[in-house]
Design a protein around this ligand. Structure first.
Ligand code: FAD
Ligand code: S2G
Ligand code: ZN
Length: 475
């Protein structure tokens, strides 16, 4: 069976049958198995509505043991599976390509322990990020990760995509903050790398195999994550600038003048802000600038932080590298300003079809990519805009047309990947490769590295049942 949409050949997997359904129903009970493509509509399409699978069965395990029984059965019966968390992934990794069985972590949402001395939280992988953060807030802690999908994404999905988000600049990557992982292999074997210790140098650090492997090496069932103290004082500045060079100067000034209280440095161009104004009717407190920055401080002493922030603002406004700015510390005002940044993806979605590129580039080239692409595409598109985590050198280049247009896609790809490779950037900074970008991995990884990845996949999932057609390039 070759999917016409994707020119992909279905792997040699069995099709699910009544006997399999009987096994899963006996294992989970009738309420934790959902059948029928129409019932699974929301699970077969991704958040962006750009990829669609044809699964007719979704399973809802509650425990590691149930996941183990499911995978060992699927492995023996050569049934392909697609692990699914909040289904907010942006590279087509979270939905089936054909009829893979969807294994949802929706019911695996128990917080198992909060160690208030060390700040290490142990929980199941299906905890929704925002709910987990609210839970640990009661202990004066915060989850060291924040992204626009927090209301739906699962911490297991964040780990599986090694999500970056809005505060990586301050709290680092999940490869650093995640201390322990429990995952179930395709064979059903449970790999317990669950340590709550910050330091453990005994043998290969296997948990890193499951962080960012997008469900292709194992199904993550539990994680232990180090949660820093929740800040007592937060400020958010929205700045308006006229040149990209001034954006870079402001970023450097923020690092040197705000130092350890800088918790986020985000970038929005004029077109991105116009998109949220036009499509979501959001009102920015400042407008008509070419570029905008969100600079957030998080600390333990409001007076101290305000003093440092004022010195920074006097510096950048006084020297003229920033044209205009506003500062919020009242939660609802900060939420409104964050909405202007976090909802750009949603606003773009309103415009039609989004061609989305999540690129790491040297800061010197960061915005040139948007300008070059805008020139290259001319009037064939509605919008070409750039925003993102400038503190991480991570640009979100997004282009919209009212509906999918193959000619526009061919003008963008592979040019955008060649452009990225030329500056030694990454063609996927934080979203992963999933289904949509799997065949472009060579733009950012050597053939030796890709060969070793395939060998690891063969070792851990010899029958290839875990999230097939994802991450690694087609044979
Ligand atoms: P899903 O989308 O369900 O799955 C993602 C991938 O992980 C799939 O390949 C899936 O098979 C696999 N998977 C899921 N759960 C498991 C598990 N338990 N074990 C093994 N594999 C699993 N990403 C960023 O990095 N930074 C951002 O700033 C950011 N902002 C976003 C803003 C919006 C509005 C949206 C919609 C998305 C954003 N994302 C961002 C994308 C982000 O990667 C996903 O939102 C999130 O990390 C995936 O979590 P999820 O639970 O939705 O996983
Ligand atoms: C972000 C997700 C949305 C997008 O907003 O930081 O990671 O549009 C992105 O790419
Ligand atoms: Zn992002």
């Amino acid at each position: 069976l070759t999917s016409k949409r994707y020119q992909v050949k279905r792997g040699k997997y069995n099709e699910i049958n009544e006997e399999n359904i009987k096994f899963f129903t006996e294992l989970l009970g009738p309420h934790r198995i959902i059948e029928g493509e129409s019932e699974l509509e929301g699970h077969n399409t991704d958040w962006l509505d750009t990829v669609r699978g044809a699964s007719s069965v979704l399973l809802k395990p509650k425990t590691t043991e149930e996941v183990s029984a499911i995978l060992s059965y699927c492995n023996q019966h050569r049934l392909a599976v697609c692990p699914q968390g909040g289904n907010t992934g942006l590279v087509g990794g979270s939905v089936p390509v054909f009829d893979e069985i969807i294994i949802s972590t929706n019911l695996m949402n128990k917080v198992e322990n909060v160690d208030t001395w060390s700040g290490v939280v142990t929980c199941q992988s299906g905890c929704v990020l925002e709910a987990l953060d609210q839970h640990v807030a009661d202990f004066g802690l915060m989850v060291p990760l924040d992204l626009g999908a927090k209301g739906s994404c699962h911490i297991g999905g964040n780990v599986s995509t090694n999500a970056g988000g809005l505060r990586l600049l301050r709290y680092g990557s999940l490869h650093g903050s995640v201390l322990g992982v429990e995952a179930v292999l395709a064979s059903g074997e449970v790999i317990d790398c669950m340590t709550a210790m910050k330091k453990d140098n005994t043998g290969y650090d296997l948990k890193h195999l499951f962080i960012g492997s997008e469900g292709t090496l194992g199904l993550v069932t539990k994680i232990a994550i180090h949660c820093p103290p929740r800040p007592q004082a937060v400020n958010l500045a929205l700045l308006g600038l006229s040149t990209y060079e001034n954006v870079l100067k402001t970023y450097v000034a923020a690092k040197s003048k705000l130092g350890e209280i800088l918790s986020s440095c985000e970038f929005i161009d004029r077109s991105s802000l116009e998109c949220v104004e036009e499509n979501l009717k959001l009102k920015p407190p400042i407008s008509s600038h070419e570029y905008y920055m969100l600079i957030e401080t998080s600390g333990s002493n409001g007076t101290h932080d305000e003093e440092k922030l004022n010195i920074f603002l006097e510096d950048v406004l006084g020297s003229g590298i920033v044209d205009d700015g506003t500062v919020a510390s009242e939660p609802s005002r900060m939420l409104h300003i964050w909405g202007l940044r976090e909802r750009i993806a949603e606003a773009l979605h309103h415009e039609g079809y989004t061609y989305k590129y999540d690129i790491s580039t040297p800061l010197s080239h960061f915005y040139k990519m948007v300008e070059d692409m805008r020139k290259h595409l001319g009037s064939k598109i509605i919008r070409c805009c750039g925003y993102g985590h400038i503190g991480d050198g991570n640009l979100h280049l997004n282009i919209t047309t009212d509906e999918f247009d193959k000619e526009v896609l061919n003008r963008i790809e592979p040019a955008v990947y060649e452009w990225t490779s030329k500056v030694n950037g990454s063609i996927s900074a934080e979203h992963g490769l999933g289904f949509k970008k799997r065949n472009y991995i060579h733009y950012s990884k050597s053939s030796g590295a890709v060969t070793l990845m395939k060998q690891m996949k063969k070792l851990l999932d010899p029958n290839g049942i875990l999230n097939p057609y994802k991450v690694l390039p087609d044979e």
